[in-house]
Design a protein around this ligand. Structure first.
Ligand SMILES: [Zn+2]
Length: 475
């Protein structure tokens, strides 16, 4: 599926062709496995012949006759949305005139067999009447082997069983992208059919206006899934709080990826490629863009949306002391500048790196107790003090923003558990709460030009989305 990841001039390709790949193999078995179910099935068939009506309930262990129902009906609990089984069965009510021919025509099922905890394909197949030899033949197929050895709790197999109780086919589709069909032929030999469905990527767009405060209602009316909405909320999360900021009258337009299966059904959405959100009259926009080494969202003017500094290094925010150059120290009882911010939090609360950088110090330092320092781009340093314990980090490690670096404690000079957090630029302390950027968040020069020309298609699609109802963009 490497083709989906292909990028061109900083953007993903707007269109990739779909299709499916098919492999087919036949494996010969030496012996056909008799089935104990044959006897029960025969009884059911007798019921059919005697009363002229029977309902075969899809259950792997028993066939239940229901004499009140007529004519033949196959009850299935088909939840395999991507597979169309209807072609395999005669239309309901169109009973063949010869009941003997019927025996050959109509398998039972599909019977859903779901995988229990600790179960394997081997066990399931054995329980349902396949011989070890037949299973060996199935697993000799490398596609079948690869898919079946990864069977997990909750996966579902479909068994088609002949009226005499023999397995005719096993179907397995753990994802929309691959499908396995195993046929057990009359002579007991095995036929494995593997289909790889290459999803077709298309660019979709939509727009909506919030009639009330609910973005999900408006999105639904515009034909958008809740996944697209939550992805959009994530894109704008540095600027808009979707739990409290949004209001009736807000508008948005979105350009996003949709993946279609070989039947032309939209099976899932992918990334947001561009979006515009008007929140209480203020417009925010976002474009997915690949700069030197990362794919990230930028505003239309070329500002990276993700802040290079997180505001707070701990999750539950209770600031007990702010940056203050002239305060009285609670332990030393004399005027000493508070060069950072204190966060009150229980001992053991995780502490995260507020920006990506390199661990430059980890150890004990007088009043600071257990302390970690991180060096960042453009002369920035962050410091985290009074730690109870360190995270799994070492001096020299390059850490990403959000990396767990330690736990709140009260080591060093501290009245109780809290995190003392400092930010320093070129040796000078600055107020951490005013720091959002390492100064490398804006595209400039050639990369800005490249970004501007590259976003022009998306800008046009956003404009189109705003002027038209939801639609699939043609290539
Ligand atoms: Zn402090």
């Amino acid at each position: 599926m490497a083709r989906f990841a292909k990028k061109r001039s900083g953007f993903r390709r707007v269109f990739t062709a779909g299709g499916s790949k098919h492999t087919h193999a036949v494996y010969v078995s030496t012996k056909r496995q008799p089935s104990k179910r044959k006897y029960i099935a025969s009884l059911a068939v007798l019921g059919l012949l005697a009363y002229g009506g029977v309902s075969l309930l899809g259950d792997s262990d028993a066939l239940i006759t229901d004499l009140s129902t007529s004519p033949i009906k196959i009850i299935s609990s088909d939840n395999f949305g991507a597979i169309d089984f209807s072609a395999d069965f005669p239309a309901e009510g169109a009973a063949p005139t010869d009941p003997i021919a019927l025996l050959d025509l109509i398998p039972v099922g599909p019977v859903q067999v779901s995988v229990d905890k600790g179960d394997t394909f081997y066990n399931i197949a054995r329980r349902n009447g396949l011989s070890a030899n037949q299973i060996g033949n199935i697993l000799n197929d490398k596609n079948a082997e690869r898919m079946l050895k990864r069977v997990r709790e909750g996966d579902t197999f479909e068994f088609l069983i002949s009226p005499l109780g023999d397995i005719e086919q096993i179907r397995f589709q753990p994802s929309v992208e691959q499908r396995l069909e195993i046929a057990v032929l009359q002579d007991g030999s095995i036929d494995v059919d593997y289909t790889k469905i290459e999803l077709e990527r298309r660019v979709l767009y939509a727009s909506a206006k919030l009639a009330d405060g609910s973005i999900y209602t408006s999105a639904k009316q515009a034909g958008l899934s809740s996944r697209v909405v939550s992805n959009m909320a994530r894109v704008f999360r540095y600027d808009i709080d979707f739990t409290s900021d949004i209001a009736a009258g807000d508008e948005f337009a979105v350009v996003y990826e949709g993946y279609f299966d070989d039947k032309g059904s939209l099976v899932r959405s992918g990334d947001i490629l561009a979006a515009e959100y008007v929140n209480r009259g203020k417009t925010y926009d976002a474009y997915l863009y690949e700069s030197s080494n990362a794919v990230e969202y930028y505003s239309g003017s070329g500002r990276r949306l993700k802040k290079s500094f997180m505001r707070n290094p701990v999750d539950s925010v209770r600031i007990t002391s702010r940056f203050n150059p002239g305060r009285k120290h609670p332990v030393l009882h004399k005027i000493r500048a508070h060069k950072g911010v204190d966060y009150g939090a229980p001992r053991g609360t995780p502490i995260y790196a507020t920006a990506s950088g390199k661990i430059s110090f980890k150890g004990r330092q007088r009043g600071y107790g257990n302390v970690v320092k991180i060096s960042h781009a453009n002369g920035y340093v962050t410091l985290y003090a009074h730690m109870h314990k360190f995270g799994k980090i070492n001096v020299g490690d390059v850490v990403r923003q959000g990396k767990l670096i330690g736990y709140v404690g009260s080591t060093g000079l501290a009245t109780g558990p809290h995190l003392h957090y400092e930010t320093i630029k070129n040796g000078k302390h600055i107020d951490p709460l005013k720091l959002t950027s390492l100064g490398n968040d804006k595209l400039s020069g050639n990369s800005l030009n490249r970004f501007k020309s590259g976003t022009s298609d998306y800008r046009r699609l956003l404009a189109k989305a705003k002027s038209e109802p939801a639609k699939i963009a043609s290539n």
